[in-house]
Ligand binder design. Structure first.
Ligand code: LMR
Length: 336
């Protein structure tokens, strides 16, 4: 056989061989990009990683979940836009960040002292009021799959915060919620909205004097290293809703969506089981570091904060919607 003929038969044989391989090759996996702004070792960070693990196991690789923590991919505001545009498929933003989307009702979760503990919170997040709120996301092309807990906030600053009057004139970083704006103003502080990724530097350079966050964020972002005082006030709640782009979600093959729904249920149980423990451990680590002085409010001081901050409830009633606020009051028993 001539060399050219020999080559030709080799090509034919190779093509014949590769054809069945191409037919048998697995289709490219469905990719879910899950972007978030906090560290991996936080309740949200761990729950996102857990969701990835169980989804990839249960779908046997048909779905790949890529988790991007720490604002690596998008910051607060951009991640919402990215989800609506389909550049990412899943987020778990804080409930305090839905106002700019036009969903002011979610700011009910920011009302100071509205939840005494996780049990009261769960009456809302795991009950009909929570479900009704998630449904509202659909008007924005989104779907809310679950609520994930974080925890109750502490206040930090470079001066001790014991009495409402101690806030006067302080520049305090807040999330993009008008209720949090009203909360800070109710005690005479000057609120400043800022992306989470910029908070550490703003505290370090004195752009703002203080902030509020659950201990897990205070600790993992090292904010306690640049704040002299931390008041264990538990004055408000910070938690999340897991969001997907509705078009993307409804366009998934039904069997895949069923697996993902099951995985989300399990990841939610996981998230809500680690949240309290994680925050307790973070608070213990902040205390142990000795970097900031920890302030525990007396019952009277806490009552004074609550009384002062009730102004934020009154001011926010019409913005959030009095019906929603009263439905939540009914679940939690909030009394000024
Ligand atoms: C914040 O901006 O302080 C938080 O919403 C960050 C987060 O996602 O926990």
């Amino acid at each position: 056989m001539k060399l050219s003929q020999c080559l030709k038969s080799l090509v034919i044989a190779a093509t014949a061989l590769s054809f069945p391989i191409a037919v048998l090759a697995a289709p490219a996996p469905i990719v879910i990009k899950f972007s978030h702004v906090v560290a991996q070792h936080t309740p949200k960070g761990q729950a996102a990683d857990y969701f990835k693990k169980i989804v990839e196991e249960r779908t046997k690789g048909r779905v790949k979940v890529e988790v991007y923590p720490n604002s690596q991919l998008f910051k607060d505001k951009e991640e919402m836009e990215a989800l609506q545009m389909g550049s990412v498929q899943m987020l778990a933003p804080s409930l305090a960040k839905f106002g700019p989307l036009g969903l002011k009702e979610f700011e009910v979760f920011d009302l100071p002292f509205i939840f005494d503990d996780y049990a009261e919170l769960h009456k809302v997040t795991q009950g009909p009021v929570g479900a009704k709120l998630l449904k509202k996301l659909e008007t924005k092309g989104l779907m809310g799959l679950a609520y994930w807990d974080n925890g109750f906030k502490v206040m930090s600053a470079n001066k001790p915060l014991r009495e409402p009057a101690d806030f006067r004139g302080l520049k305090m970083r807040i999330q993009s919620s008008k209720v949090l704006d009203a909360e800070m103003r109710s005690v005479g502080a000057m609120p400043q909205v800022m992306a989470f990724s910029e908070v550490y530097q703003a505290l370090q350079t004195g752009v703002v004097d203080g902030t509020e966050n659950p201990p897990s964020n205070l600790y993992t972002q090292k904010m306690y290293e640049v704040q002299k005082y931390v008041t264990m006030s538990n004055h408000g709640y910070l938690g999340y809703a897991v969001l997907v782009n509705k078009k993307f979600w409804m366009g998934l093959p039904a069997d895949i969506r069923t697996i993902l729904d099951g995985a989300m249920k399990d990841a939610t149980v996981f998230a809500n089981n680690v949240a309290k423990k994680d925050n307790d451990e973070a608070m213990a680590a902040v205390k142990k570091s000795g970097r900031s002085q920890i302030i525990v409010l007396t019952p009277q001081q806490r009552a004074d904060w609550k009384k002062a901050m009730d102004k934020a409830h009154k001011e926010s009633m019409s913005r959030i919607g009095a019906d929603i606020v009263h439905e939540v009051y009914k679940e939690t028993g909030y009394k000024p």
